[in-house]
Design a protein around this ligand. Structure first.
Ligand code: GLA
Length: 378
């Protein structure tokens, strides 16, 4: 009833929609800010829980081949887990600029900017103190005849984490009533030119968070090329073919089949930005980016996006931390498939631009569609 306002008195139907998502208290941050968690459900078995700290995806339950639901993303049962040293950006909204910026430096419109080097010697995922994953967002749940959603907003002040311009950001999570799909959409506007690159950092294990490694998961990436990096994971600037390398996922392959060839590199496994092949000429803004399949549970995940790249990270820095229900998150026990612009774009003129200018609107959208492996015909 709290949604009634004076417009309703004028006859406008502003009562909360009967199907609005459930919202619950999720405790508070160390500094005492209350955190809420929203639950979005489809009628076909998907449940997503997203909290206001970091506009973070906390749980994502999807059915397996026998209809049994399991939470397929890593995380914690409380805010303290997310605030701990063990949190490696689990499920969060990542930015203002996700991925790395070389030496934390860039220049824009004749001015030099210096950011936190929180991943020596580089800047990672928007900074050390007030990156988007660490702040508490405002939220509003909604529903319509297509499904349920929650819209998170945050205004990042001019100069926060060293970035120019006041950036107004909206992240919307939406679950359609009739499909096991989660759509994550971003919008941003600024009052000064500034780099923006936003993604979600969910760690997936389709056998259920806390299961064994993902080395038996099968992956396909719609990418003929990738951006090679130096040992600190900063792109050299070239765009190379995946042909003949362990990065060739044009046909579906086991993640573990060639990973050892990358163990002794700076990435310690897969931690690469793939350049998505151009979108076919159709009416949809979405391009297929990745297909992930888990033969054990039968679960599949298809990722489609309007972004030019996808960072495939094979959880090489997971260290056996204890997560939800005391489960252990072992080395390579999850994969991140982060749709985004290329790393360090702000320092590479040949990469698609990440600069947002006043008067423009940044927009991006990614769909996570879950299914099951179809049994082979007899
Ligand atoms: C990204 C990076 C990885 C790592 C994780 C967080 O995916 O590419 O190198 O920093 O985030 O641990």
């Amino acid at each position: 009833m709290r949604q009634i306002c004076f417009l309703a008195l004028l006859g406008f139907p502003l009562l909360a929609h009967a199907n609005d998502p459930q919202v619950d208290d999720f405790g508070s941050t160390q500094d005492g800010t209350a955190v809420e968690i929203y639950t979005l459900k489809s009628s076909t078995g998907l449940t997503a829980k997203i909290m206001t700290r970091g506009a973070t995806l906390v749980q994502l339950h999807v059915p397996d081949k026998d209809g049994k639901s399991e939470d397929v993303i890593l995380g914690w049962d409380d805010v303290a887990g997310y605030e701990s040293e063990d949190n490696q950006y689990f499920g969060c909204s990542t930015g203002r600029v996700c991925n790395r910026i070389a030496l934390g430096k860039f220049s824009l419109e004749g001015k030099e900017y210096s950011l936190a080097t929180n991943n020596e010697p580089n800047h990672l995922h928007g900074g050390a103190e007030r990156s988007l994953d660490k702040v508490v967002w405002k939220a509003k749940g909604y529903s319509n005849d297509k499904g349920q959603g929650v819209r998170f907003t945050y205004v990042s002040p001019d100069g926060e984490e060293g970035y120019p311009g006041e950036l107004k950001i909206t992240v919307t999570y939406f679950v359609p009533a009739d499909a096991n799909r989660l759509t994550i959409s971003y919008k941003a506007t600024t009052d000064k030119a500034t780099p923006v690159n936003l993604t979600n950092h969910a760690y997936f294990n389709l056998s259920g968070a806390g299961s064994d490694t993902v080395l038996d998961h099968m992956l396909q990436l719609n990418a003929d090329t990738y951006t090679p990096t130096d040992e600190t994971l900063i792109p050299t600037g070239t765009i190379d073919s995946v042909e003949g390398t362990p990065l060739d996922f044009r046909k579906i392959k086991k993640i573990g089949a060639r990973i050892e060839k990358l163990t002794n590199t700076g990435a310690l496994g897969y931690d690469h930005n793939f350049v998505l092949n151009p979108k076919p000429n159709d009416d949809s803004p979405f391009n297929l980016a990745a297909v992930l399949r888990d033969p054990a549970s039968g679960r599949t995940l298809r990722i489609s996006t309007d972004q030019p790249g996808i960072q495939f990270y094979s959880g090489n820095f997971l260290k056996g931390q204890k997560g939800k229900s005391g489960k252990t998150y072992a080395h390579r026990s999850a994969v991140c498939l982060e749709t985004q612009h290329f790393p360090d774009s702000v320092n590479h003129e040949n990469f698609p631009s990440t600069i947002l200018k006043p008067g423009e609107e940044f927009k991006s959208s990614t769909q996570l569609s879950f299914g099951i492996i179809k049994p082979k015909a007899e």
